[in-house]
Design a protein. Structure first.
Lengths: 295, 316, 248
């Protein structure tokens, strides 16, 4: 009993970690620009597929592949912002949503053309025996996923709370005019936010591929689930996104395990609708906080 | 109806009647039938986007509901097709309400993500639990009403486009009415609309339900035409195609949606050789349209043609 | 905190002005009455009915309508269409009945057209009725916004700085229209304004806010003589003097 439960718990934490990272990616762009980047899921796919390309196809050493993958993701984020976001003067919400959708399709198209529709995989980061906790088998890669996610979260926490650049980025969405007046280069912050969110997503993709493989079309579902994670804590709150991601991951895993595996993808959507209906500002957020930003 | 609309509508009816007469080829008519089915979905999405200012990335879900429920009811429950199709529309309306009520009180991206999730989940449900699973199922009866079955290509062409004409008429009436005005006003300032006592959220929800019902009708027509359906026709890709039809046609232009539907339906035929590139090509068309041809490729082309004509006339 | 211990009474049929330096909380007060913001503490009563924590849509239906500090017209629609939308809440036409063009919908539409034309005539914008609202000069835009507020058939109208950006002639026209609304239509008006000429010349009663608190209340004459008000408006003493002269 406990074994089975722990098994589901850990697989839930694993996928949940990726959802948390996607959610954080959403928050980064949202915090800097008030835009919801619906291409966020594609960055995860890029992370996984590019890592395969560098490490398996080009046979580059592990750390080199990691570096190149992160770099590639950053470039994609950069290009997306410079080519499609920056040129728009004062776009309305509808247009913004559709542009990010359009970019997600272009990215998906490029991935489909380059990699085809097959799933890709590469070896886990470390070779070794899986752990056994009360009988539950935990792959080493699972620990890597959770660990890397945790590490990213801590890094980002320091970035946004303690560095000038990070704080500047947060200032931009709350009040871009005031930000400009105090000398923040808003345009550069916007660009940086896209690059950073792309990198965060890609890291998630890199870590999860050895466990659940990666295909060109996993983006949209990841975006939906990551978005759900992001709003659980209140859009823009990273602590919330992390908790949200793990909760969704665990609920999904439990649903798949105890009820029916076909239903697992519906979990995120149901949670999304429930949150929107009852607490759209997020579950872990105070009233004062959500009045600041009209979600 | 305004004079311009009336004229467009009459020309439209004329074209519908004449097309099978001018070009009787089965190929043309088949493409025409699919264009018409897609036009129904596109018109609904156009009203949603152009008048309620919302994006739906899940029209394929409603389209799929229309196809599957109508087929299942007519095949396994033996219900008449019209009844089955109506039941499907009711289910689609309920699903739309479940999505819209939580999401439409809030900003646009919530509905966008909710519909994205919805479309994907319907696709998964169809693959997992639909009759025949991923392989789909067939032996779906052709459309029939009161014992009279339509099973010729020409007959189906008139059926589909007749319905498109009826839906256009309904939609034009709606847009020109006080309700249509209210929708346009919401687009300009929903703050002011609320202050005038309009129930903005309720209006947006109703528009969304309308778009879902149109898509469901299209799905039912589709199923009873091709008589064999599988989940692959109802994926996110289809939702994106419909989005493109509306954007290419110009978001606020109902006729544009119809023309956009024809253009995008014909496009894969032209792109047949570049199959692996199709997603990319569509993505590029969409991106470029949004960035540079925001009024819609079709309206812009028409404007250019008009200007050329004026230029030519002025020269004399 | 935007407002603290604020209590304002508005007598039916009056023109009540809310004045005070920028940031005093005037627009916030309007937003609370019209339902856009919810107060942390306190109540709003309209004809004896409590209307706090009620959505703006329902407040409008109870008979309160308003204009906005930054004109919120339906810019892409014509002048008359703006007025027509103002009446939509009272119509019975729905999606299905409009789509099928049922007779009662057509009748309602004609009625709305007629009433809208009447309103436009009343505010002297009849000749502009088919022009896009965004084409109008700012003075007429503000008048149109007032006309649209009238279209809902209100008992109380909240005007948020309607004279902002208007020249002297336009402001005088505005004043005439507001007085007409009070005298002929028997509608109560609450007016947030900075233009002292306007305020002093048309108001029945004035409440002065500063830093989120009420510092004075009374007739225009009383307010002009109130030392605290003068202090709050340091530097604008001359304006009050001019307004006083205009009133007497």
């Amino acid at each position: 009993m406990l074994t089975v439960f722990l098994q589901f718990l850990f697989s839930g934490l694993t996928v949940g970690a990726v959802y948390a990272l996607v959610g954080i990616g959403f928050n980064i762009t949202y915090n800097a620009t008030s835009i919801i980047n619906l291409a966020q899921g594609e960055f995860v796919v890029i992370g996984g597929l590019m890592m395969w390309f560098f490490s398996e196809s080009l046979q580059l050493p592990f750390f080199v592949s990691v570096a190149f993958t992160i770099f590639s993701a950053g470039i994609v984020g950069l290009l997306m912002e410079r080519l499609t976001i920056k040129p728009l003067k004062n776009p309305d919400l509808l247009l913004m949503i559709m542009i990010t959708v359009a970019v997600s399709i272009v990215l998906r198209g490029i991935l489909m053309f380059s990699f085809g529709k097959d799933p890709y995989v590469y070896p886990a980061f470390t070779e070794g025996e899986p752990l056994s906790i009360y009988g539950a088998i935990i792959q080493q890669q699972t620990l890597w996923v959770i660990g890397i996610t945790g590490f990213c979260i801590i890094l980002l926490f320091f970035f946004f709370k303690k560095t000038m650049v990070g704080k500047a980025m947060l200032a931009c969405a709350v009040n871009p005019t005031a930000a400009k007046l105090v000398g923040i280069n808003v345009s550069r912050m916007v660009m940086l936010s896209f690059v950073l969110s792309a990198v965060v997503g890609a890291i998630g993709g890199m870590a999860i591929t050895p466990i659940s493989l990666m295909e060109y079309d996993k983006g949209p579902m990841l975006a939906v689930k990551g978005f759900c994670a992001a709003i659980m804590g209140g859009l823009g709150t990273n602590r919330g996104a992390v908790l949200g991601g793990f909760i969704i991951g665990i609920l999904e895993s439990m649903t798949a395990g105890y009820i029916h595996s076909g239903l697992k993808d519906a979990v995120a959507l149901i949670i999304l609708l429930l949150i929107l209906f009852f607490k759209p500002a997020g579950i872990f957020v105070s009233k004062a906080m959500h009045q600041l930003r009209k979600y | 109806m305004k004079k311009g609309d009336l004229l467009s509508f009459l020309i439209f009816i004329l074209l519908i009647i004449l097309l099978p007469v001018i070009s009787g080829s089965t190929y043309t008519l088949t493409v025409g039938i699919f264009s018409g089915i897609n036009a129904l979905v596109a018109i609904g999405l156009c009203i949603l986007m152009g008048y309620a200012g919302q994006v739906s990335l899940g029209q394929a879900g409603f389209y799929g509901i229309g196809a599957y429920i109508s087929s299942i009811l007519s095949v396994h429950a033996g219900l008449p097709i019209v009844i089955s199709a109506i039941c499907a529309m009711i289910v689609a309306a309920i699903a739309a309400m479940i999505l819209a009520v939580p999401a439409l009180r809030l900003k646009g991206h919530y509905l966008a993500v909710a519909t994205l999730g919805f479309g994907e989940i319907i696709y998964i449900i169809l693959n997992e639990w639909g009759p025949g699973g991923p392989s789909g199922f067939g032996d779906i009866p052709h459309f029939s009403l009161l014992g009279y079955t339509i099973d010729t290509t020409t007959g189906y062409f008139y059926l589909v486009w007749g319905l498109v004409a009826a839906v256009m008429l309904f939609s034009i009436n709606l847009i020109n009415s006080g309700t249509g005005r209210a929708l346009r006003a919401i687009h300009d300032s929903d703050l002011a609309c609320n202050a005038m006592g309009l129930n903005v959220t309720a209006l947006k929800i109703k528009v969304f339900i309308l778009s879902a019902v149109y898509a469901s009708l299209a799905g039912s027509l589709y199923a009873h035409y091709v008589t064999f359906i599988s989940p692959s026709s109802f994926s996110l890709f289809y939702s994106i195609l419909v989005l493109m039809m509306v954007i290419v046609g110009g978001i606020t232009n109902l006729w544009g949606a119809v023309i956009g539907a024809v253009v995008i339906t014909v496009l894969p035929e032209l792109l047949r050789r570049f199959e692996e590139l199709d997603v990319l090509v569509y993505g590029l068309i969409l991106t470029l349209s949004l960035m540079f041809f925001r009024k819609g490729l079709v309206p812009i082309l028409i404007e250019k043609i008009k200007k050329l004509r004026e230029f030519a006339v002025a020269k004399h | 905190m935007a407002l603290r211990n604020v209590s304002v009474d508005v007598r039916e049929g009056d023109i009540k002005a809310l004045i005070g330096p920028n940031g005093a909380g005037k627009t916030t007060l309007l937003n609370i009455v019209s339902g856009i913001h919810q107060p942390d503490k306190g109540d709003v009563f309209f004809s004896g009915e409590k209307i706090v924590n009620v959505a703006p849509t329902r407040i409008a239906r109870k008979g309160i309508s308003r204009t906005f500090q930054h004109v919120e017209l339906f810019g892409n629609m014509t002048v008359i269409e703006n007025i027509m939308v103002g009446q939509y809440a009272k119509t019975k036409a729905g999606f299905l009945s409009s789509g099928f063009k049922l007779p009662f919908v057509m009748k309602e539409e004609r009625e709305i057209q007629r009433k809208s034309e009447k309103i436009l005539e009343y505010i002297n914008l009849g000749q502009r009725k088919d022009e896009p609202a965004s084409n109008l000069p700012i003075g007429e835009q503000r008048t149109l916004e007032i006309g649209r507020a009238l279209a809902t058939g209100p008992r109380l109208v909240l005007l948020d700085e309607p004279a902002a950006g208007l020249n002297i002639k336009e402001t005088r026209n505005l004043g005439e229209i507001i007085k007409k609304i009070r005298d002929e239509l028997k509608i109560t008006v609450v007016l947030v304004e900075h233009d002292m000429d306007l305020v002093m010349s048309i108001s029945d009663s004035i409440t002065v806010l500063n830093f989120g608190e009420v510092i004075a209340e009374g007739t225009p004459l009383e307010i002009q003589k109130n030392p605290e008000v003068i202090v709050a408006y340091l530097g604008e003493e001359e304006e009050i003097q001019r307004g006083y002269n205009a009133h007497t």
